[in-house]
Design a protein around this ligand. Structure first.
Ligand code: ATP
Length: 734
């Protein structure tokens, strides 16, 4: 540790004062970083200080670290991730400039185009989860980076709630393509209507903005080494989706396209025949029959037969193809990003930065609509990660104190986010004692939907009745209220998210259908891989090596040992017995993707960052912090009730209390002895006084954690290793 400290002091993050640090809006109390050398814990609270701490821990403990922002949609999680990553890259530097701040910015540009949408209150709301890993070598420099994405809201390519947009890349492409490319992609003339809501910008100002954004996207792709032919292939798939939206599907009668000429365009840009496309979109049963005949199976087993239940409509078929194409495209883009960051060098440990869609509640935007299935999935991810915070911050810590026989006057908070998680994903096997009088074991919403898919004649309301019978408490007593409430409007219900502080109303209409495997989406990869257009084939053929079961995950390629380990971790999740049984279940796929995310970060030390929305604007300006003094007032107009809800929902105050009562910083004995043996008695004898022996400032600078257990007041407990003879000036408080 000493060697590392001395050797790399010059490279430690506190010397960094790059321009990226001021990327956060200046009114958010961004600390000013001077070029003078700073100590490890010297930064004011800020995401860069979290990144600095993670980097220090990585160097000192050689353990993987994770930075995980949590919070509502629009609270600043993505910004936080980008700042942390840029800070780390700027501070640690990278071997052969494989990972640079410029490349990171390019990556965020690309991800923003392909993975964000605009909602009423936020112009770039993230619709996928990602783990971005930086792999560090033994000298503390970055060898490579690796991006893994999951839980993409793929249906967004075909459906959006009112007032929200499709992925930004569509409007950017329509505004920014030059006329030659436009003609090649049959985009010189726009369709009157588009079932997927993909429309060119109408206002000149918006068009100009989208066109500039497209130019920036192309430049970012270039920075990441994405070639012109690869870019062309990407525009082809996007154009294909646009044409499918323009073609639409007949709502009655035979399942077929509504407008053949647009469907023809789609087939042309995707490099297949019209008939091939029609078969892939509507006639998947033919493929199934063929598969059954060739495999010799007479009937699919009950668990496998996912064609039972509600039949797919023509519209669902076309939407499925569009979402399948978009998911494949997104994965291909992630692979191209990884190609730019990858390296075969051996790494010591990694820092992972996790970004997920925030907590969604239409009420935050003053909208009257109920939340959608996709929003439920995002909220499920958020609650699960909040549960991880609960486990790491309270459960594991208390366990540790108990093991060490350390008394801390703190009790585990009664409310846990896992109660809400159970409403969504509780499996019957998770229950210890089945409640008496119940016909069957309580199951979470995902498993209820999964079962309803297999039942002929099932409906959304029967799914809701089952859910309420398990989780909604009967009786009028408010204290007895469960985690769920059935609303008067059928089929709507409310889940008490954020420990009951932030209830979200959901509308279950069409959810059983959403839980059904969309066979058109499954066929999308074949359309792309069998394309007659070489560029398209080249882009998507590498995906054929990927096991079908983990297709929903992107970034499953890797050259270095660390990357392969991460890929292995994901594959392991998807090869569990549960995954094998639920191979074709949409709901199981959601759970598996989230499991993969949590498994990736499980072994690391997690640094949670709680992002709070400080203000709720009735004018839709939520999340934007007014400049100090801009409103003529001294203080910004904080929304105190909203902040209270966020603080109590995130259990931040409990965590803070526990932090004060407990021992926040600690070291195990072996490194402690190594680090402080200079203070041991034999060494002391050489000096006339302990003052001569230790330069206090030096100890403070190099060893801020100079004791086995540091409490809130950071009082050194030297007595625990027998150094009670040291002068009191060494027992410092901060
Ligand atoms: N610290 C900050 N101070 C002021 N504004 C900020 C800060 N962090 C982010 N913002 C702004 O807030 C908006 C939302 O930021 P961001 O996209 O990072 O939110 P998010 O939590 O990732 O949202 P979502 O979960 O919907 O993706 C952006 O316009 C961003 O510029």
């Amino acid at each position: 540790i000493h060697t590392l400290q001395h050797r790399y002091r010059s490279q430690l993050p506190y010397t960094y004062a790059g321009p990226s640090l001021i990327a956060i809006k200046p009114n958010s109390a961004v600390p000013s970083y001077s070029r003078k050398v700073r100590r490890r814990d010297s930064m004011p609270p800020h995401v860069c200080s979290v990144a600095q701490k993670a980097y220090w821990n990585l160097l000192m403990q050689r353990q993987d670290q994770t930075i995980m922002p949590l919070g509502r949609s629009g609270a600043g999680k993505t910004t936080c991730c980008q700042n942390a990553l840029e800070y780390l890259v700027g501070a640690a530097g990278s071997v052969d400039n494989k990972v640079s701040v410029g490349k990171l910015q390019a990556m965020f540009n690309v991800l923003r185009a392909f993975g964000t949408v605009s909602t009423g209150h936020h112009s770039a709301s993230t619709r996928f989860s990602m783990v971005m890993s930086l792999d560090f070598n033994a000298t503390g420099q970055i060898n490579a980076a690796h991006l893994q994405t999951m839980l993409l809201e793929r249906i967004r390519a075909a459906q959006q709630p009112e007032g929200e947009s499709n992925f930004h890349v569509f409007s950017q492409m329509l505004a920014g393509l030059d006329s030659a490319q436009r003609t090649a992609l049959h985009l010189h003339q726009m369709a009157e209507t588009n079932a997927f809501g993909i429309r060119p910008c109408l206002k000149a100002e918006e068009k100009q903005k989208a066109s500039v954004a497209f130019g920036q996207l192309q430049a970012a792709m270039e920075t990441l080494g994405i070639t012109v032919s690869e870019q062309k292939a990407i525009w082809r798939v996007l154009a294909g989706i646009y044409h499918l939206g323009a073609a639409g599907a007949c709502k009655v009668g035979r399942k077929q396209f509504m407008k053949f000429e647009w469907a023809n365009n789609a087939a042309d840009v995707l490099g297949c025949d019209f008939e091939e496309l029609t078969t892939a979109v509507f006639k998947h049963h033919l493929k199934q029959i063929l598969e059954q005949v060739t495999s010799g199976a007479s009937r699919p087993s009950q668990g496998e037969d996912r064609t039972a239940g509600p039949k797919m409509t023509g519209v669902e078929c076309v939407e499925g193809m569009a979402s399948g194409l978009y998911e494949e495209l997104f994965s291909a883009v992630v692979s191209l990003i990884n190609r730019s960051f990858s390296s075969t060098r051996l790494s010591m440990a990694s820092i992972m930065v996790v970004d997920t869609p925030g907590f969604h509640n239409p009420r935050h935007q003053k909208k009257d609509r109920a939340a959608t299935f996709e929003e439920l999935c995002h909220n499920y991810v958020h609650e699960q990660l909040q549960g991880l915070f609960y486990k790491r911050t309270f459960v594991s810590e208390l366990e540790r104190y108990r093991e060490e026989n350390i008394e801390v006057p703190f009790h585990l908070p009664e409310l846990s986010p896992m109660t809400t998680v159970a409403v969504i994903d509780q499996n019957s096997t998770q229950l210890h004692i089945p409640p008496s009088g119940e016909a069957d074991d309580p199951k979470g919403l995902l498993w209820i939907l999964d079962e309803e898919v297999l039942i002929q004649g099932s409906s959304d309301s029967s799914a809701l009745d089952r859910l309420c019978s398990y989780f909604a408490k009967k009786g009028l007593d408010n204290e007895e209220q469960g985690s769920l409430r059935k609303c008067e409007q059928v089929p709507q219900f409310e889940i008490f998210h954020q420990l009951g502080r932030d209830p979200v109303r959901y509308d279950l209409t069409g959810w059983v259908n959403k839980a059904k495997l969309n066979l058109s989406a499954e066929n999308a990869i074949q359309v792309l891989q069998q394309s007659r257009i070489d560029d398209l084939q080249k882009l998507f053929l590498p995906r054929s090596k990927m096991p079908l079961i983990c297709r929903s995950m992107a970034g499953l390629e890797g050259n270095s040992q660390q990357a392969l380990q991460r890929v292995g971790c994901v594959r392991k999740t998807f090869t569990s017995s549960f995954a094998a049984v639920k191979r074709k279940s949409v709901c199981a796929q959601i759970k598996l993707q989230l499991d993969a995310l949590t498994h990736l970060v499980k072994r690391s030390q997690i640094h949670f960052v709680h992002c709070l929305v400080p203000r709720r604007g009735a004018d839709g300006s939520e999340g934007k912090i007014p400049e100090l003094g801009s409103t003529g007032e001294e203080e910004p107009a904080w929304d105190i009730p909203a902040l209270r809800v966020q603080l109590s929902g995130s259990q931040l105050l409990d965590a803070l209390r526990f932090h004060r009562l407990g021992y926040a910083d600690r070291m195990v004995l072996a490194p402690f002895r190594r680090r402080f043996q200079v203070l041991a008695q034999p060494v002391m004898k050489k000096y006339t006084s302990a003052y001569e022996m230790v330069d206090e400032n030096k100890v403070r600078e190099t060893s801020p954690g100079a004791c086995a257990w540091l409490g809130y007041n950071q009082v050194c407990m030297f007595t625990c290793i027998g150094h009670s003879t040291l002068p009191s000036s060494l027992v410092w408080t901060e």
